[in-house]
Design a protein around this ligand. Structure first.
Ligand code: ZN
Length: 142
């Protein structure tokens, strides 16, 4: 239920996995135990148990949710951490050579940018564009 929240936590540099709509509660709990993760949910039927922490997200809008989670878990938010995680898959993002993306990104983007980043897990390519601006706005608000 918190997919957008997961994406924005990743954007801030936090390791956030997302359990899809069809995930079963026992599987989510098992995974949280195995990977030592807190469970963030809007489902009031799931509560903390032995060895796992469930946090009920109260806010309905994603910005409120981010504020809530950052404050509740006392997560440091810094510009240095932004864009260290892939928004799509939670993989780690590293700087990549411009040549590596020549035929991958649109020609206009290739010509107008010099720094590119790629996800080690899914290969998604990032550059300083709209996402970065959005992230900075969010950072300033937080
Ligand atoms: Zn990725």
């Amino acid at each position: 239920m918190c997919g957008r929240l997961a994406g924005w936590l990743r954007l801030l540099g936090y390791d956030a996995e997302f359990a899809g709509k069809n995930s079963k509660v026992p599987d989510i709990i098992y995974r949280s135990l195995r990977e030592e993760r807190a469970i963030l949910t809007r489902n009031s039927k799931i509560s903390s148990g032995k060895g796992f922490l469930v946090y009920q997200v109260k806010s309905e809008n994603f910005f409120g949710q981010i504020e809530e989670v950052v404050s509740e878990f006392k997560l440091p938010v810094s510009e240095r951490m932004i864009f260290t995680r892939c928004i799509a898959c939670n993989g780690e993002i590293k700087i990549t050579d411009k040549e590596n993306v020549r035929n991958v990104v649109p020609a206009f983007v290739f010509q107008t940018h010099n720094k590119f980043y790629s996800c080690a897990k899914c290969g998604k390519i990032y550059w300083k564009g709209s996402h970065m601006e959005l992230a900075k706005k969010l950072l300033n608000k937080l």
